[in-house]
Design a binder for this molecule. Sequence first.
Ligand code: FES
Ligand code: FE
Length: 468
Amino acid sequence: MLTTTSPVLSDGTKVSDLIYPATREVQMRVLSDREIYELEMEKIFGKIWVLLGHESEIPNSGDFIVRDMGSDSVIAARGKEGEVFVSLNVCPHRGMRISTADCGNTQIHKCIYHGWAFRPNGDFIGSPIERECMHGKMTPKEELGLKKARVTLYGGLIFATWNVDGPSFEDFLGDAKWYYDMLFCRSDKGMEVLGPPQRFIVNANWKTAGEQSAADGFHTLTLHRWLGEVGNYAKKGEGEGEGTDLSPEMIGVEISSPHGHALRCIDLARKIKRLTGLDPATLSVEEKLNALPPAGMTRDMVEQLARNLSEDQLRVLTSMPPQVGGMFPNILFGFVYIPQPDGSVVGSMTLHAYVPQGPDKLEFVNWIFAEKDAPPELREKMLKQTIQLFGTSGMVEQDDSDTWPHMTQSAKGAMGRKSTLKYQACFETGAPEGWPGPGIVNEGFTKDDTQWHWWQYWHELMTASDEK
Ligand code: FES
Ligand code: FE
């Protein structure tokens, strides 16, 4: 547990008073206030593990990508031995950006201003006119490198933190790791990106998208209502939930975490029944895997699962797998099944980061993945259909990214900023009988518990003492 203190905003409001635990409300001003935003850059993005990309974006020695880590630009680069390094993209000489490109390959990152040069690991090589010792004689060369972040790779995803002595990535994930492993660490070779990520700007505060990603299933009924009504997505003649507000997609198991992570596990029974005509309750794990391989896998690939996951994980993966959710603070994942006209499904594996660009601007970064050994025709289908559903012009994202700017604007109004966001549909229903997974587990219709836990962790970090 972190030691708490409470910063005070310039109007005298304590940050600790921005949320009301007794009534589960959050002051709406948090979605637009610049002072709060600046504190978030220090206390959240300056402290925790931040997603920057996937190692398959930089497969070769010298490859690099430039990404934002909170309010700072960083370079993620592949070293000679295959390691991945993350360094601050700021020249220690006079502050010029070292890399002005988005990506590339080099063994020498040379500043365009006065020519100081650095290795992919951030070490200082030297400056031009060596005989004049233009880097000076005061600070030793060993101390003139780029500032280095602590890095971890998880399922090939590149995470970094400035908190070099802080909690491990495993501690950060906590109990939620058991579920994320079913997505990111399930196969022998792992996954890779299908091209560079799509990136676009939305005029909204990053938290509008971040808190929604903490498994807000409720909005799917209204904002994405077409998902249950249109074309291949329409749920016709599929039994319980048909034509009612209690769509089967809304019923499941939600996992939330004291660290703000959240996952929605959705029942596969309806899909398996439709594909096989059989009652899923009578099928073994193997039979269910054969009927409906996990999103993004083929029948040939499912034997890998037993080598990488436990029996309990396999049981969940074949009956109630995590399909959508988030990782604190600004990541959304979707491992979903996209219905096809012939009644089959195509898996989609996507990850979004909502990268803060100011109190009312975020960059939406969308990675699309496939398993490394997925066949070419599956990869092509996954890429096309994921773009259609979740990409820049994706049908789902057009709905979501319509609401975020409105919420941000609402939080700027003289009255609006004094209103509250409410998370009062929290009923702690508990886990279904026999549920084998860890964490804070609630079953039934999607509720506000996951998002409330997201805000609680936001609050904990924002009021944490700076000493460790
Ligand atoms: Fe980079 Fe001077 S600012 S070399
Ligand atoms: Fe949505």
